[in-house]
Ligand binder design. Structure first.
Ligand code: AMP
Length: 423
């Protein structure tokens, strides 16, 4: 089969124009907010040893068992394009000995591309970007609530005001193990009626049956044992405190007892952020507490909590209009060949004053050059003809869609920089 090498690889896309502006805006806003909460940035490699993800995310999860881009490199090592950011950050903390006894809690944030070999659809790509936060070493319901508040604050700051926080608790390991036993018993009764995927999950990862999208599974799940009946007293107290603290923060949340999340490393609080205006139903972000993740990878036995926001899904919800470039694009245009050098000098003077400009000297005549400038979305033309040179002036023409459109103005050449700085 012949491939169209000029299309990006399926499920991947180029980031430019308005989308790039949105991406940058989200990152800048999140960076500013993250400083207030004491986070510092970290960038880890896009590939890790495959085992980093197998050990942390869990072999039986969809991400590890079906969705990873895993390759043998030329040294016959199995490496994987990261499907999420937390595991790599944990690996980096261990490799670089970032945790020394007195620097906890350690707060790190990251952003960048992630890769999952998933079925591409709206809001689901094979290369997508996540913005993530990890807070390691402090285990308390208040920290969990603060994390949820941080995620919520970022979404609000970029203009998402109708975000809904769904939370659940997976408790400590023992509570979770007891609960898993109970649901395996329950789902085994209905095994014949479960979807094919859930039948496999019953053997490999029973918790995930709870977030099946299959209608038949959903009906069976609605009667399944609830995790709250299996949480220990202290797990319940912890969860109640998270909920109370969220209420004190004024953060609206709903408890979703079917929320389990797709990665194995979670314990206690887990959460997802959704938008409730019907525009997009899948989660924009999610996260939770992980008690054993660092120790599982060979690091110290400290708990952490983190979350990641999917940037493509968030960008989809932001209004394109707000992210169209607004700056003036100034085009310097010599009327004919004779004025090229003089106009070029003007163009250079403008650039050296840190003002964005284009030099349009190609084109048979003035109207062709104006057409080119217009295609470049120029908003202001600076025309240099023989009269202008003689009088030491510049003719300014407005192309932007304002009341000035089409108007001409003559500006003294000596004052042109001051003039441009004030438009
Ligand atoms: P997860 O790492 O699965 O908890 O996902 C966290 C967030 O990343 C989700 O809420 C999505 O916004 C985003 N995300 C996960 N998978 C994809 C994907 N295949 N395409 C686009 N965004 C994704």
């Amino acid at each position: 089969m012949s491939k169209n090498i000029f299309s990006p690889v399926r499920g991947m896309k180029d980031l430019y124009g308005v989308d790039f502006n949105k991406y940058q805006y989200i990152i800048d806003t999140a960076m500013k907010i993250s400083k207030k909460y004491g986070y510092s940035p970290i960038e880890t490699p896009i590939v890790e040893h495959t085992e980093v993800f197998q050990r942390s995310i869990g072999d039986e999860t969809d991400v590890v068992s079906k969705e990873m881009y895993t390759f043998k490199d030329k040294g016959d090592e199995s490496i994987t394009l990261r499907p999420e950011g937390t595991a790599g950050v944990m690996r980096a903390i261990i490799s670089n000995n970032i945790i020394v006894s007195n620097n906890l809690p350690l707060k790190l944030m990251y952003y960048g591309p992630m890769f999952r070999y998933d079925r591409p659809q709206k809001g689901r790509y094979r290369q997508f970007h996540q913005l993530g936060f990890e807070n390691i070493g402090a285990k308390s319901p208040y920290i969990d609530a603060i994390n949820i508040a941080l995620a919520n604050e970022i979404l609000t700051a970029v203009g998402i005001f109708d975000c809904q926080v769904c939370i659940n608790s997976l408790g400590e390991q023992l509570s979770r193990e007891n609960y898993i036993k109970a649901i395996v018993k329950y789902f085994s009764i209905y095994e014949d009626k479960l979807s094919e995927e859930s039948k496999i999950r019953l053997k490999k990862n029973p918790l995930r049956i709870l977030d099946s999208k299959d209608q038949g599974d959903k009906e069976i799940c609605s009667m399944a044992p609830k995790i709250y009946d299996y949480l220990s007293k202290s797990d319940l107290k912890y969860f109640e405190c998270v909920c109370e603290t969220l209420s004190k923060y004024g953060i609206k949340y709903s408890i979703d007892n079917l929320l389990v999340r797709g990665l194995d490393y979670y314990s206690h609080t887990i959460f997802e952020l959704k938008v409730c205006n019907g525009q997009y139903k899948d989660a924009i972000g999610g996260g939770g507490r992980y008690d054993k993740l660092l120790s599982l990878l060979g690091g110290p036995d400290v708990s952490g909590i983190g979350f990641a926001i999917g940037l493509e899904r968030l960008m989809m919800l932001l209004n394109d209009k707000k992210f169209q470039p607004k700056e003036n694009i100034i085009s310097v245009i010599p009327v004919s060949e004779k004025e090229i050098d003089n106009a070029f000098e003007l163009y250079n003077t403008i650039l050296s004053n840190d003002i964005r400009a284009e030099f349009i000297h190609i084109g048979q005549n003035l109207s062709k050059k104006v057409e080119i400038a217009s295609k470049l979305n120029s908003t202001i033309l600076l025309i240099v003809g023989s009269d202008e040179i003689k009088n030491n002036t510049v003719t300014v023409t407005y192309l932007n869609k304002t009341e000035d459109e089409g108007r001409n103005k003559t500006v003294d050449r000596n004052n042109i920089i001051g003039f441009l700085k004030h438009i």
